[in-house]
Design a protein around this ligand. Structure first.
Ligand code: FAD
Length: 672
């Protein structure tokens, strides 16, 4: 046969949906040589996922594009619950805040997946064009995959070999079931996967140059619910489908229903349930239960029976006596709820699965895109640090120990929520088959923290210095520190929790007094951060403590920073003090390591902040809100994804050394 072109790459990402693009964003922002391939000829332009948790917005902000999303998205502030009254007519029973107030600087909002993908692509291009340009190669898919087990622990090796096939434009364009109107059926779980068909067709029409061999160090399979990568690895999904079939309609509604611009959960007495999601550009998304479409003996529903008209008719019934129609439909789809989670998230921590490829559930809680992106937000920096020789390879085992539990929690929540949402409301207390509307509300309210994405709480490992034993993986790998165990002192920051994302409050820049939400300085650039709460810098005793700490800090930073790189390139130190801003001076009162000097750029003025009154935006009261002693402060270590890894006193330098020593490679011999 012909000799195929061969090349190598550090990271190969399969699938450019939200999960794949998040992985690509990390690689782009940290300068890793990466290829991203997707079997489709184009990105999606409308429909599909649209709900964005506050945590997802915080993450977008750490890559620099939250503002674009925030501006274009529809902000969802209120949820209205509608239930049948004694006469069976639907009425509004509750209004509640969509996002629990005070938990984040962002609130839940909606913008369709096509725009989110656009913003990712722009951010990826802007961050990478100077170093290793990362670009999505469309109409390209893998057709064979091999992993050389003997080389998985070799840092220099490329143990993964993939044969890629390039499709023609025609082959890469999916067939639409409804010809004029965009529908998502070809992506829905009601449609069979077309990967094998694409490969067969393309092989038959093969032209020279349409195949190539790629060798990769790491591979991330983000190829959706039908994941080809998962099938190659032979990994099973655990869980079941359900009998509920739902239709989705994106329309500009014409209606007299008063809450059409609020998120609504509507339970009718006997005509099913409906969820209203107000969208950007006057659109409204309706999630409608299709009671007439019942799965057959094989457990699958017949998608040919589902049209925009059947979905509308079902919505009209639920909403009656209110009227509903439309002239403009943007997109529609249908799906059957399935709740499944993969047993393995990686093969030898060389080939990973993320997003829908390892967990599927109903879209109603608005979680799929968020959780899928957040899988790769968890994984991306770890792979990047390992590939770049900064972190030890064994940290990669924390991907499964941290994310599989989240997927499991999500499925448990979705299971409960779907049952309560799809069920018929109870007529009264004796109606045991019906769903209690009080229970629905309770589960929903408790779920709000979960669906915000902020309840994510990673367990003990070498990355999170929690007390207690570290999780042991399915394959027996212990994800605790390989060396000594470090236990953080959580009491020093009463409202900061180990393993959770670091909360953000307003602080001021020490030199120019500009207010910042502190998280704006926690960019996703792959660096660990030590946040030094320096306390009362006007007290002599405290200044002495800070001075002594900084002296030793310098040694730690030097030890983990490769020769010739800036001192803040692996671990960045940010300071927040609690004295009056005008009572201290940056250059005189703060040791140099807290505001490093460079020959080219002089002093760094963006590392020391103060918890003080601003001119125009009030006082952030950060110390109080973090629960930290104003006088003595403390220090907090953040992982590159802003999750809290360690909390200690200014004297706990030994802990810092052990914590970082367990994670990072020491490029230089120990300087003592
Ligand atoms: P996908 O988005 O499925 O991306 C997979 C990518 O891989 C695709 O681009 C595909 O072309 C590519 N691919 C597949 N196979 C191959 C192959 N063999 N080779 C190369 N490339 C391949 N989630 C929310 O958070 N909020 C919502 O409101 C929401 N609403 C939804 C509404 C609907 C109607 C649907 C269907 C889903 C909804 N979801 C929602 C779920 C959300 O769309 C998914 O969870 C999310 O897209 C998963 O992202 P992903 O990157 O893992 O997979």
């Amino acid at each position: 046969g012909q000799i195929l072109p061969e090349s190598s790459v550090d990271v190969l990402i399969v699938g450019a949906g939200p999960a794949g693009l998040m992985a690509a964003a990390w690689m782009a922002h940290t300068g890793v040589h990466t290829r991203v391939i997707d079997k489709r000829g184009t990105k999606i332009f409308n429909g599909q996922a649209d709900g964005l948790q506050c945590r997802s917005l915080e993450i977008f902000d750490s890559f620099g594009f939250a503002e674009r999303v925030w501006k274009e998205a529809n902000h969802m502030l209120e949820i209205c619950m509608w239930n049948p009254d004694e006469t069976g007519k639907i009425r509004r029973s509750d209004r509640i805040a969509d996002t629990p107030p005070g938990i984040s600087r962002f609130q839940e909002c909606v913008l369709h997946q096509g725009r989110i993908e656009r913003f990712f692509l722009d951010s990826i291009r802007d961050a990478s064009w100077k170093t290793h340009p990362v670009d999505v190669e469309r109409g390209v898919l893998p057709e064979s995959l091999e992993l050389d087990d003997s080389k998985v622990e070799d840092h220099e090796a490329y143990p993964i070999t993939v044969k890629l096939r390039h499709l023609s434009e025609e082959e890469a364009t999916p067939e639409q079931y409804g010809k004029q109107l965009q529908d998502g059926l070809f992506r829905s779980n009601l449609a069979p996967d077309d990967t094998d068909e694409l490969l067969t067709k393309s092989r038959a029409a093969a032209k020279e140059g349409s195949e190539e061999i790629v060798r990769a160090k790491y591979m991330i399979g983000c190829d959706g619910a039908h994941s080809w990568v998962r099938r190659q690895l032979g990994f099973e999904m655990e869980g079941e489908p359900t009998d509920f079939v739902w239709g989705v309609l994106d329309i500009i509604p014409i209606t007299d229903f008063p809450d059409i611009r609020n998120r609504c959960m509507i339970h009718s007495a006997s005509s099913g349930s409906l969820m209203v999601i107000p969208r950007e550009n006057k659109l409204v998304r309706l999630y409608v239960q299709l009671k007439e479409v019942v799965p057959d003996a094989s457990g699958r529903a017949d998608r040919s029976k589902i049209t925009p008209d059947t979905i509308l008719a079902a919505a009209q019934k639920t909403l009656s006596p209110y009227k509903l129609s439309y002239k403009y439909c943007d997109w529609w789809t249908a799906y059957q709820i399935g709740q499944r989670v993969g047993r393995n998230f990686s093969k030898q921590t060389r080939i990973f699965l993320a997003g829908d490829a390892v967990h599927t559930h109903s879209p109603k809680a608005g979680q799929g895109m968020n959780v899928s992106m957040q899988d790769c937000f968890n994984l991306g920096w770890k792979v990047s640090l390992v590939v770049r020789g900064i972190a030890q390879r064994y940290i990669l085992s924390t991907y499964q120990s941290e994310r599989r539990r989240i997927a499991q929690d999500l499925i448990d929540f979705d299971h409960k929520f779907s049952r309560l949402f799809s069920g018929r409301p109870a007529k009264d207390l004796t109606d045991e088959e019906g769903i209690s509307m009080q229970e629905f509300k309770d589960v929903f309210m408790r779920g709000a923290m979960f669906t915000s994405g902020l309840s994510v709480d990673y367990g003990a490992s070498m990355l999170v210095a929690k007390p207690g034993a570290a999780a042991v993986q399915g394959d027996g790998t212990d994800v605790s520190a390989k060396g000594e165990k470090v236990v953080a002192k959580e009491g020093l920051a009463k409202h900061v929790e180990l393993g959770k994302r670091f909360p953000s409050f307003q602080v001021l820049n020490q030199v120019d007094s500009r207010p910042w939400n502190f998280a704006q300085w926690l960019q996703s650039d792959g660096r660990f951060r030590i946040v030094l709460f320096a306390g009362a810098m006007t007290s002599a005793a405290q200044r002495e403590r800070v001075g002594a700490f900084c002296h030793q800090l310098e040694n730690i930073l030097k030890r983990f920073t490769p020769e010739g790189r800036p001192i803040d390139s692996v671990i960045e130190v940010l300071t927040i003090h609690s004295a009056k801003r005008i009572s201290v001076e940056l250059l005189e009162d703060f040791p140099q390591v807290l505001h490093p000097f460079s020959e080219e750029q002089g002093w760094d003025y963006n590392k020391v902040f103060v918890d003080d009154e601003s001119y125009h935006e009030g006082h952030g009261r950060a110390y109080e809100q973090y629960g930290i002693d104003q006088e003595r402060g403390c220090l907090i270590v953040l992982r590159p994804d802003q999750y809290v890894g360690y909390i200690g006193e200014l004297e706990d330098v030994k802990d810092l050394e052990v914590y970082f020593g367990n994670i990072l490679v020491q490029p230089q011999s120990v300087v003592k």
